[in-house]
Design a protein around this ligand. Structure first.
Ligand code: ATP
Ligand code: MG
Length: 679
């Protein structure tokens, strides 16, 4: 199985020429230095940033072995800096003040704006003053629950400027989830907006915030300030008077249901109007916290991951530069929401630390139609584009016409992150979206890792569809078996990381024991990713799925990703998810959920064909016992399939565990009803 036979795609000359790393030999040389002499490698990179004072102790230090005492990771001890200063002031000093930092593209086509580095610095300083006036100090947590608008970036950078720890909660979360995160992080200031439209759906963020604040109050915790951005504007009864109406072009207004609490609620624009646009950054220690962020919750209750200053800064900046081969003047667009780590590292911090010009998009890929993303690519001449397999698979369902209507000729690098990308979707991304002339970068990483772990470099790494290829600089992956023994050569097992890298998480906020238990207990001396992988004969890594989801059928370990990829190759299948199911003889067997493309029918003939497909691609051992029609799959709000929920559905168990991160729980009921008769 470790000998993966898919094709190899060499970097095109037009991308290779002028790229930061333009051959695989150059990659290997840089990689070797990065892992053999991290201090020299990262030290050189650190020279590009501003340090108020230099590192005084060991450049890096760690303990990965629970038997030797507490787990810790430190980079650049004693150095002081400010990440916000490096994102803004430092770039402005280099002459980038008048360049556009962000093009903002609203939900409604035609609703757009832009902001330069100079303008952004002023807004950030004003917001820093606002937060200080609200009593926020270094180390305090600030909850941010906002749509994809420029004020979200302003708020996060303002926190970074004063040394407050931002805790961003994705704007699609419910009041309960928001309350849980405010309570866990003890954030007494919440920044939100009145509301937002995503497609035609309106989210009344202020009302949801009010409910969450009340829930916190009931639990004994007071949110003292709620700062509200007026994004939609308030709908008023005729003759009601009061504040000037705010009608942004094309955006409908909103009617707030809840009452305004004068002692707690303030409009962002009122506070900002009175604030000075100067603010001297607070100089912070390399290991002071920068932000906390909860994981997606695919495998259980989300973990509050804590990242610190210097190391995260170096890692976010360096991965952005090399993985997207970012060069000044290029337009970069990551479609993730800033509420996820991808948005933290690859919308805000990584691109800004490279002085990049990026697009922030408020809307969604299918609205007003499935061509929206390519329309935006053409509008801004985007050359580096980053999205998730779930978006690619969804767009595939709608066919090529929506893509071909737009030129896309500015595109050069196409990235993906979040789940294993099935070769079928990879090839569609490459052939259809990229017109066979772009590099695909399948980036494997986690909230915990702060930045890319396994990834191709666009001008250097020959790509194989479905493989995240080789380690990024500084990463030392290994594959271990159940006994924690490292495997050599082509093999399959648990993916672990042997050596710390600057962007690694430092703890689970408020629960260091959970940090040690989750990542370091099973195999002392290694960081456990929780993902399974195959390493092939060329040393390429293929993520096979969560190790929790691996199946043992008659003594053979089967990967969810591989079986799902085989199913998706069938022309009727849009998406597939595979889980294990108890079997009296085999121990476990394979249970599949398939979502069909528009207009395709689920029947016995199709089930037969799908089984045949798996038999042909993987072998008789992997042939599914059960195949169930799934009009929709349970997914996290970041778009990942929740196989732990599907496992319960297959077993007809109603207690689904923590489902607070599920995007649409109505699909679950349908799946319970649709269980095959023969189970
Ligand atoms: P939780 O940790 O709460 O269960 P989560 O693991 O989904 O949620 P994230 O940090 O958002 O939270 O996701 C990281 C995981 O996403 C990885 O561990 C891996 O399983 C998957 N992943 C991300 N990128 C890729 C990729 N390119 N290929 C394969 N899997 C990927
Ligand atoms: Mg995880």
């Amino acid at each position: 199985m470790a000998d993966k036979g898919e094709g190899v795609y060499m970097p095109h000359d037009h991308i290779r020429e002028n790229s930061h790393v333009s051959s695989i030999e150059q990659y290997h040389k840089m990689y070797k230095e990065s892992v053999e002499n991290p201090e020299a490698f990262w030290g050189k990179i650190a020279e590009n940033f501003y340090w108020k004072s230099q590192c005084t102790g060991k450049f890096w230090e760690y303990n990965y072995d629970v038997r030797q005492g507490e787990i810790f990771i430190k980079w650049m001890a004693g150095a002081t800096t400010n990440v916000c200063y490096n994102c803004l002031d430092h770039n402005i000093e280099k002459g980038l003040g008048d360049s556009v930092a962000f093009y903002w593209e609203g939900n409604y086509p035609g609703d757009a704006s832009q902001i330069t580095y100079n303008e952004l610095l002023k807004e950030v300083c004003k917001c820093a003053n606002v937060l200080i006036n609200k009593g926020v100090k270094k180390g305090d947590r600030v909850a941010i629950y906002m749509p994809m608008i420029v004020e979200l970036v302003v708020a996060m950078l303002a926190c970074a400027r004063i040394g407050a720890v931002h805790s961003i909660v994705f704007g699609g979360f419910s009041a309960d989830s928001l309350a849980g995160r405010i309570l866990d992080s003890k954030s007494s200031v919440l920044i939100t907006a009145d509301g937002v439209y995503r497609g035609e759906k309106m989210l009344n963020l202020k009302d949801i915030s009010d409910t969450a604040i009340q829930e916190c109050q009931d639990a004994g915790f007071t949110v003292t300030s709620c700062i509200v951005v007026r994004h939609l504007g308030e709908k008023r009864e005729p003759g009601a008077g009061g504040d000037v109406e705010h009608h942004p072009p094309k955006r409908p207004c909103i009617k707030l249901q809840t009452k305004w609490h004068n002692d707690r609620d303030c409009w962002w624009h009122d506070l900002m109007a009175d604030a000075s646009d100067q603010f001297e950054p607070v100089w912070l220690d390399a290991e002071d916290p920068l932000f906390m962020l909860y994981t997606s919750g695919s495998t259980g209750k989300p973990k509050g991951v804590l990242h610190t200053q210097a190391g995260y800064m170096l890692y976010a900046a360096t991965t952005t530069k090399y993985v997207f081969d970012y060069k000044p003047g290029e337009i970069y667009w990551c479609t993730a929401d800033i509420g996820w780590i991808t948005g933290h590292s690859y919308i805000t911090y990584g691109p800004m630390l490279n002085g990049a010009t990026s697009v922030i998009f408020e809307g969604m890929p299918l609205w007003p139609d499935a061509g929206r993303m390519w329309e935006i690519v053409d509008k801004y001449k985007v050359s580096k584009f980053y999205t998730a397999p779930t978006a690619i698979r969804t767009l595939m369902k709608f066919g090529e016409d929506y893509v071909k209507k737009h030129s896309r000729k500015s595109l050069k690098v196409l990235g993906t992150v979040g789940e294993p990308i099935n070769p079928e979707a990879w090839l569609w991304y490459y052939n259809v979206i990229g017109d066979k002339r772009c590099s695909i970068v399948d980036t494997y990483w986690q909230t915990e890792t702060g930045g890319h772990v396994l990834t191709p470099l666009p001008g250097a790494t020959p790509a194989k569809p479905g493989s995240a290829t080789l380690p990024f600089f500084g990463q030392v992956p290994a594959v271990v078996n159940e006994n924690g023994e490292e495997l050599d050569g082509p093999c399959e097992g648990y993916l672990v990381l042997k050596q710390p890298w600057p962007g690694q998480m430092r703890t689970v906020y408020g629960d260091h024991q959970r940090f040690e238990r989750t990542y370091f207990q099973k195999f002392p001396g290694y960081y456990l990713t929780g993902d399974g992988c195959i390493r092939d004969k060329d040393g390429y890594y293929w993520i096979t799925g969560r190790t929790d989801d691996t199946m043992n059928v008659s003594g053979h370990l089967l990967s969810t990703a591989e079986i799902e990829s085989a199913l998706i190759e069938h022309s009727a299948v849009a998406e597939a998810a595979v889980v294990s199911y108890p079997h009296s003889i085999k121990g476990e067997c394979v249970y599949c959920f398939v979502t069909l493309k528009e207009g395709k029918l689920f029947n016995d003939a199709l089930v037969g064909e799908l089984k045949g497909k798996v038999r042909q691609k993987i072998g008789p051992i992997a042939v599914p016992e059960y195949i169930q029609n799934a009009p929709g799959l349970p997914k996290t709000r970041s778009g990942k399939i929740m196989r732990r929920v599907l496992r319960k559905i297959a077993r007809n168990q109603q207690d689904l565990g923590d489902i607070s991160t599920m995007a649409d729980s109505s699909v679950v009921e349908v799946l319970f009803q649709n269980r095959p008769k023969n189970v």
